[in-house]
Structures are given as structure tokens and as C-alpha cells.
Design a protein around this ligand. Sequence first.
Ligand SMILES: Nc1nc2c(ncn2[C@@H]2O[C@H](COP(=O)(O)OP(=O)(O)OP(=O)(O)O)[C@@H](O)[C@H]2O)c(=O)[nH]1
Ligand SMILES: [Zn+2]
Length: 345
Amino acid sequence: MTEYLLNDLGWSDHFARQCDPEDSDTPARLLEVMRDHVIGLTETGQVSLVTPDSTGLYAVGDWVLHDGTKVSKRLDRQTEIARRAAGPQAARQLIAANVDTLAIVTSCNDDFNVARLERYLAMATQAGCLPLVVLTKADQSDDPESYAKAAARLSPLLTAITLNAKDTEDADRLAPWCGAGQTLALVGSSGVGKTTLQNHLTGITALTQDIREDDAKGRHTTTARALRPTRAGGWLIDTPGMRELALSDAAEGIEAVFADVTDLIPQCRFNDCAHESEPGCAVQAAIADGTLDPGRLERWKKLMREDQFNSESVAEARARFRKLGKMYKGGKARAKAKRGDGLPD
Ligand SMILES: Nc1nc2c(ncn2[C@@H]2O[C@H](COP(=O)(O)OP(=O)(O)OP(=O)(O)O)[C@@H](O)[C@H]2O)c(=O)[nH]1
Ligand SMILES: [Zn+2]
């Protein structure tokens, strides 16, 4: 059985500080989250664990303490990638935890879209992950560096690299972001080369990585582990949710990514300035003197509207759900009273 050191699994002081030296429970990093249990990786191998609360509160990549059969504590995350979940109980749905670097994958062709990059950047910033822009299909472009430059202009926080995902030496340039103790996740549109890169980084194709498991009826079902070891000694997180992330509750991330716009706002004369035609608007003044790209203002407004819409919908959905819950409870209580087996309280 493969043995790991905690540090190789991504353990750090951040997690060590949360442990009581008296506690005999040991750490495990979650490889997978199922409906009724989680699968963790420890220094000596895999363990299947039950949780004291809903497994929906756990994410792939989480660190937990356990006694060999059950989780006693989930450790505070260093980073957290979440999205707005569909359905009436719309809450934040956890996608992954403790991802160090979020690789935003796009290609040196029509897929390259500044607004989309900014959206992913805001998401990475909100999650606390280091953003890395990976520009694939460099081999099919006459001027791949122009794409890297356009991406690098978006934020001083990001690194942009161009490569041919099908070339093994090129793909190896991602190794520093998924070396020992490092966790990487890839996001981006369909067809940009995420699978090609992942297969290379893990050295295994998704198909052969499937693991056979017995389901409740004793049949074999195949599931792919979501936290996969990389050839460089680190980890790659690939969950279905990772592939279609939408922006919600990312106001802080947007603010950081659009600091060139948001830093100007306190200088606007009016507190509620809409940065359109108000007198004394510092944002419009920066556009007028050429220090701010008007496209940045428009894209910032659009992302803020989108984030507000998504975040409000979550709050609204919660309110609706609470109301429904009350109605349902009230109905049951009345029915009980009618049957004469108790009075509503
Ligand atoms: N020439 C060239 N082809 C590439 C490159 N990256 C990906 N491809 C090809 O583009 C196609 C799509 O690549 P995938 O790796 O399946 O893309 P994906 O992002 O995983 O797409 P989804 O699975 O739909 O999310 C495949 O035929 C790849 O071989 C690249 O850098 N250069
Ligand atoms: Zn203004």
C-alpha cells in the first residue's frame, strides 16, 4: 500500500494549529464525498468514514480528524470553491476544498474571452486560490504570446502560460503547481484541453482510473476518485461541479479583480454614484483622461449585476423554502388535531 507523509497530502501549519495534541484522532484528506459516507486518505492508506452530520457539509480536499471509522472534526479550510446549487433549497454547494491553485484553462483562439477570464479570476480570488491562466493550443496560433499578454494585463495576481496540451514536455510545465503537497484544479469551457492536461498530469486516463465499488444492492458501480495523485507528487481535483462553475456570492473576489475600478469609487462625489453621468464621478473622470479602459467599467458592472442576481436568488430561495416548511408543518399539525391525536403547539 502506498504510504504518504501528511505534508505530501497537503497538510500545513494552518491545519496543525487546529489540532489538540491530546486528541488521539488522526487526520485524513477527503478523496471523495458520497451520500452517506466519505472516503479519506491517511498516511497509511484509504479509510471509509461516517460523518456526524450531513456529508453535504464536506468537500473533496477537506481535512478531517477521525478515529478510523468516523469523523470527529472537520478542519477549517484554507480555500473553498462553492457554487449556487439548483433547486428550491438553493444554498451554496461545495465543489472543492483546499485547492491551492485554480488553473483557468482557455485556448489561443476564439475561446479566449476577457470577460470570462475576469469571471473565473473573481471566483479564484473569492475562493482564496492562486489563479493561473493556462492558454492551450499555442501550437495552432501564429501569436500565442499576444494572448498571454492580454491575460496578464487583467490582474497583477495572475500568471499566464501558453502551451500545447498534447505535448508532454509542455504539459509538464504545470508540474510546479501540482508538486508535493500542492493541489491544483482546472476550470474552463468544454474542448479547451482540460482532460488532455489532466490525463497527462496524473499519468492515467480517466477511464482506467475508475474504481470499482459495491453499491447497496451488491452490484459493481464505477466511480472516479475526485482527488487524484499527480505524477509530480501532488494532487488534482476533478469533480463534475468543477466543470460548470457560475458566479455567486463573489463580491469580494470581483472587487479585488477590478481594483482599478473599485479603488476609484471612494473618490466619487456621491455615495450612491452609478458611475454614469453623475457630476464628480471619479470613474468617468479616469475614463475621460484615458487611465481606465471603459470596457473594464462595463464588465465590472455586468459581473456585479450577475453576482447580485445569483446571491439574491439564493436568499430568496431560502426564504421561500422556510415559508413552505412552515406551511407544511402547520398543515400536518392541523391534520393531527383533526384526527384527535394531539393539539398543534
Ligand atoms: N493541437 C492542440 N490540440 C489540443 C490542445 N489541447 C486540447 N487539444 C485537443 O482538443 C480536443 C479537446 O480536448 P479535451 O482535453 O477533451 O478538452 P476538455 O477541456 O477536457 O473538454 P471537456 O471534456 O468537454 O470539458 C481534443 O481533441 C484535444 O486533443 C492543444 O494545446 N493543442
Ligand atoms: Zn462614480
